[in-house]
Design a protein around this ligand. Sequence first.
Ligand code: GLV
Ligand code: MN
Ligand code: MN
Length: 420
Amino acid sequence: MAFKSSSSYTDAARLVLQRCDQLGSYSEEADRRTRRYGTDAMRQVNEAVKGWMLAAGMQPRQDAIGNLVARYEAATPDAKTLVLGSHLDTVRDAGKYDGPLGVLVALACIERLAARGQRLPFAVELAAFADEEGLRFHTAYLGSSVFTGRLPPEALDLTDLDGVTLREAIRAFGGDPDALGIAAHQRDELLGYCEVHIEQGPLLEANDLPVGVVSGIQGQTRVAISMTGVAGHAGTVPMSLRHDALAAAAEYMVAVERTAQNTPELVATVGQLVVEPGASNVIPGRVDFSLDVRHPDDLVREKALADLRAEVQAIAERRGVSVAWQMVSDQPSLRCSPQLIQLQRDAVTAAGHPVLMVASGAGHDAVTMATLTDIAMFFVRCKGGVSHSPAESVALEDVAVAIEALERFILLLASGGDAT
Ligand code: GLV
Ligand code: MN
Ligand code: MN
């Protein structure tokens, strides 16, 4: 198989990192990198990536929610499609690589195919998803949910902190909230979905490996919780007569932490908190906060959620506050495709590296894509396993290996798995 020399993987990796730097400069906040769905910063990244897709000879389109999608056509019409991708939105105060690296490594592979004039027996479609982190609407996977035609219509009524509905945000981003139910593909049109992503964990570094193959992704539930007490004067209402919503939420948060600490492998996080009315001399009357619960075993996660729901009720009753519990998303754990994993293993081996299988603690667009097609993921070593932080860092050499591994995977798929 005619691969270019390994130095060209390094050149491609250098370009990927330059592009990550450029995309990383687009932010809605001056002092930190934050790109929520539908913001001007997302417009800027879409424009930049659109330009690179066009230069690679593809015709990008923005779908009904603003995912950027471009196809590298097959050698023959009516061939099946392999989807590659990841997301371009970020968390608040993010790094440069969670999401964009996967889009840009995939683009690098398509550029290399295009430069060689090499057409495959299947089309390669690149999807740059407009929302994976769910920062704005406290959801996950809005972009891939639209790509797969699985966004529940009631999600359009979700509101952000400014009271803007998802429906309004989609329109403002040039999308069409009435066209969200149509999947980009039928199952039988697809060969699978493969995503490259930083590991966001320490295993590759500990094993001194540039890339790993993902075995599966742990289940995740997100809940929106409100506790409502009685606001009042901080100087005049005696402690015995208070129904302080924030104190109730604080007690609950400690209980959440204890539950996770006492349950092997369970992780539970309250990461967002809005206090009303939010003044230093007013007893908090209402608190809205998020709860994120994950475990590799769905039964353990479900049991923990039932316990955590009972706990919040008990604390609320004891303190005379009310509580509302709204399930925002509930994703079971899933396994990556054994067939695609075998090709990935062969690809990594052919690139000259031992294969390490890694389970993903983080969620990915692959979770939603699994409702439509077989999924596969490569992880790339990241410094200290750090992510969701401006300290995210990847090495040029590791990105070069990721490009080579993905390219070899694509070509193995094209040759029916024949590594020779
Ligand atoms: C996505 O990054 C998630 O796992 O929350
Ligand atoms: Mn992330
Ligand atoms: Mn991500």
